[in-house]
Structures are given as C-alpha cells and as structure tokens.
Design a protein around this ligand. Structure first.
Ligand code: ATP
Length: 491
C-alpha cells in the first residue's frame, strides 16, 4: 500500500443535537480511487465538507502529505490541492471555458491576461483527454458532462492533489459515464488521489481500489474493493443483509386511468402516447435529455401542451398542477430543491401542507409524520427538523412520502431513487409494489435500468422526444433498452 497522501483521524462534527460525524478515520493514497459509501445521512457530505474547508471539524486531525491540514475555507483547501466536485456543479455559466478553468487560480485576473492561462487550461483539458472542448465557448453552451469535465480541468489547473467526486454520474448518460470512468482511471494512473462518493455499488466495484464505509457518522469498515462483493458492501452500509432488492408481485391490472395520445410540448416531448392502468407500474427509459421529464411535466400540467391530449380518470384536456392534484395525480419532481420541497419548513409541514386537514391537531400530524419517517427510513432528528438540514437522500424520501401521504391515485415519479441509499431503495420498491397492488397506477422515469427491469410491469423507451410502445418487462433486456434509447433499434 502506497503512503497516504491524505489522512483523517478521529473526525467528529455535531450540528446542534445531531452528531453527524462521531469518529471517522479515512485515508487516501496517491494513485488510488477510494470510494466513500454509506446510507443517506451517514455523514459522507459532512466529512467531505470538513475536508474541503466548508466547515471546521469539532475534533480530530487531518494531514496532507504528512503536514497538518486545517483549511479554513474552500479556497484555502483548493490552494493546498484538495478540490471537491459536487453534484451541483460550480460552473459560472456566463464565463468562457478558459475563464472557468483558471477561476480561482491566483491571481486570476492577472493570469487571464497571459498566454500562460491558455496554456494551463489547454494542458488541463489535454490531461483529461478532452482537447475538443473549445476554450472560448461560454460554459453555458456545453452539456452537463462537458461542464463536469471543465470543473475537473479547473481542479487540475489548480494543481489538485486530492480530487473528491460526489455522486458524479447522477446526471450523466451511459456514454458520458464511461468517458468519466476512463478519465478517473487516467487521473489515478497519473498519481492523483481520488475520493469517489456514490450510491451505485456497481460503480464502486468497477472503479475503486479501496472503500471506506460510514455508518451513523463512524467509519465502520475499510478494505480492498476487489476482495469485497457488492452484497457485502451493502451489508456493511445498512448493517443487515440486503436480500432481494426488487419487489414485483404478480398482479392483474385494471381500467385505464391515464391515457396520453400523441402528446407534444414546446420542444419535448415530440410525440408520446401511452395507456396506464390501475394496478400497473409503467417505466419510461431513455437517455438524459430524451424528453422523459418533460413528458411527466406536460401530463401534470407544469409545462404547456402544444399537441395531443391527456385523459386522467374521466377528465379530458390539459390541466394545471392544481387541477391534476384534484383529479388524483401527484408528481415527484426530478428537481426536489426548486420544485419539490420547502427547505425552510419542517418535515411535518412539508408532509402535510399540500393537503392540510384543519381538524387534525399538530400532535396528530406529527405522529402521522413519524410513522412515515419510520416507513421510509428518513434519518432526521424528528418531524420538526428543518428539511433543508437533512441529507440529500433523506430529502428525497420526504418528497416521495409527501406524495404518498396525499393519497394520489396516479403517481408520476421522476427518478424516485436518485441519491437514495440501497436500504431505502429497497423500501421504496416495496412501497411502489404495494401501491400498485392497491390499484394505484405508477408512471416512473428512471435512468437506472436494473430498477426499471426489477420493478415495472411494462417499459417504454423514449428517444429524441418520441415515446416508443410499452412492452411487457419480460421482453426487455438492458441491451435492448439501450439500443432503443439511442435510436439504434426500433423499439
Ligand atoms: N447544516 C446542517 N444542520 C443540521 N444537521 C445537518 C446539517 N448538515 C448535515 N446534517 C445532518 O448530519 C447528518 C449527516 O448528513 P450528510 O449530509 O453528511 O449525510 P450523507 O451521508 O452525505 O447523506 P446522503 O447520502 O443523503 O447525501 C444527517 O443526519 C444530516 O441531517
């Protein structure tokens, strides 16, 4: 084992009464990809925030290449060579690629005037194997994957020695994921220490050399990935054996409750037709940008419908979200931060506000919310905790719980398990199955094919805004879905 480039020992951090980190030991060596895994709320983001200077630890020690490392700000951490690339990218959209790459280099404004800036940026992109990204293009004109590369290029231009990637694949297409993996391996081979956070244990297996598992703010296990199975990793994270992940009971579907005919939006969808029956889970697969979210949004009345028609229950015609709620439909948005949740309000308020029953006392609402918290495994201090203070995955569980609590008959779920840990995924799949068995209908968009194949009764694939026919799940394979999604095969 090479000597540690980065060493964290006994790190503790509390937020009020919440002990987010209760003694974490972690190390990353030069030339390795070290995966950090754990359930939602286990403390991964908090640990990385400590490492990257966003928050100070309460106790514990950090060293970088043997020297004490105590960054007081992200800038200080970056200058020392520790750079974090988050899910929400920190790209300045109005600046050019070049400006973004040298941003933060000291002194940036002077550097920008020099040919040296171009040289540094060109070299960083070359190191990534992405010399095709034009230096003078505005960052906003690039796709998500290219923006992510620009952010990594910035890290390299800054002389990064430890690169932290937090759930980097959550918004990437399969092709971009493969490209990113190649890049991460390349950086590893160049001697960088890479910390890789992911809920996708398959990714952890494919990419990492070592792993550390956090549970309840404590590092409970570390080891070589090649010597540890995915099932064992899941057991270490959750603290129990995670048996069958997916649930799909045999069931009979009932009447058509949602009918969509040749639906078209402003840009997407181009054309989508489907029938969704009671007691059925219908999955929509497709590449990122294919128009899947836009389809759900158009059905729910969040985006304008330009062509075609929607029938929900007995009601025809375009609807506003308020009307759709009244008709018994609910949408779990892909973007829970801007559309899903009121981050400043408590868990109980988020659960109960959309359909407040004035006759219920606050104590009764809190009790009901506590039951949901338990059922979905939301890790929080209690119903009164502010939702904005929950970890990302736990926020997702609250958004889903709110939809379920409000008794929707037709559930439109956009990436329902994004950012959710494996134990909670299992609970969500069981809930979806129960809902279908109760006669509810679920239309589910997901980029995670095993989940679609494991939970849906039928799957339809969207390609460039056009939805293909829904076919029984038994007739699909991952490969077949990918072919249909890329337009390489007629669905
Ligand atoms: N600013 C904050 N105020 C209060 N509590 C917080 C704050 N930030 C994090 N926490 C709490 O600390 C704990 C650890 O959260 P953290 O975000 O580190 O988890 P995580 O492992 O990154 O989870 P996820 O997989 O969902 O992203 C959680 O219980 C969370 O509610």
């Amino acid at each position: 084992m090479p000597a540690s480039r980065l060493q964290l020992t006994g790190i503790c951090k509390a937020f009020g009464a919440t002990q987010a980190l209760a003694g974490v030991d972690f190390s990353a060596a030069a030339g390795e990809v070290h995966a950090l895994v754990g359930e939602n709320g286990a403390g991964k983001s908090t640990l990385m925030n400590v490492l990257s200077g966003v928050i100070p630890p309460d106790t514990g020690a950090m060293t970088l290449e043997g020297a004490p490392f105590r960054p007081r700000s992200p800038l200080e951490a970056r200058r020392a060579g520790v750079v974090m690339v988050n899910q929400e990218l920190a790209i300045a959209p109005h600046l050019t690629v070049l400006e973004n790459i040298v941003l933060g280099a000291e002194p940036a404004r002077i550097l920008l005037r020099h040919a040296e800036a171009r040289q540094r940026a060109t070299e960083a992109l070359r190191q990534l194997g992405r010399s095709d990204i034009p230096l003078d293009a505005p960052a906003a004109s690039l796709g998500i994957a290219a923006q992510q590369f620009v952010e990594i290029a910035r890290a390299l231009a800054l002389g990064c020695r430890v690169l932290v990637l937090d759930e980097p694949t959550s918004s990437l297409s399969q092709a971009d994921i493969e490209h990113l993996f190649r890049l991460v391996r390349r950086l590893r081979d160049q001697g960088h220490a890479i910390v890789y956070i992911s809920h996708f244990l398959e990714e952890v297996q494919a990419l990492s050399d070592r792993y550390t598992v956090l549970r309840d703010g404590v590092s409970v296990a570390t080891g070589r990935t090649s010597e540890t199975s995915t099932a064992e990793l899941a057991r270490l994270m959750v603290g129990r054996q995670v048996s069958e992940l997916y649930t799909r009971s045999p069931r009979q579907s009932g009447d058509v409750i949602l009918e969509v005919r040749e639906l078209g939006g402003i840009a997407k969808p181009v054309s989508a037709s489907l029938e969704l029956r009671r007691g059925e889970v219908l999955g929509i697969a497709g590449l990122i940008g294919a128009g899947r979210s836009e389809l759900l949004r158009a059905i729910f009345g969040l985006d304008p419908v330009v062509r075609g028609r929607v029938r929900l229950g007995l009601a025809f015609g375009a609807g506003s979200p308020t009307r759709r709620w009244a008709e018994g439909a609910g949408l779990l948005s892909e973007d829970r931060k801007t559309e899903g949740l009121a981050l400043d309000l408590s868990v109980v308020d988020n659960f109960t506000l959309p359909r407040l029953a004035p006759w219920l006392r606050p104590a009764a609402l809190a009790r009901e919310t506590s039951r949901w918290i338990e059922q979905l495994g939301v890790r929080c201090a209690g119903p009164r905790q502010r939702v904005g203070d929950l970890s990302g995955g736990n926020q997702q569980k609250v958004a889903l719980g709110r939809l379920l609590r409000n008794g929707a008959d037709v559930l439109l779920l956009d990436e329902p398990t994004r950012g959710v840990d494996i134990g909670a995924k299992q609970n969500i799949y069981r809930l979806i199955d129960e809902l279908a068995n109760q006669g509810k209908a679920v239309l589910m968009v997901s980029s995670y094919l095993p989940e679609l194949l494991g939970t849906c009764d039928r799957i339809a694939v969207m390609c460039r805004g056009v939805l293909g026919p829904a076919r029984p799940v038994s007739t699909w394979t991952e490969h077949g879905i990918m072919l249909a999604a890329t337009g390489a095969a007629a669905a």
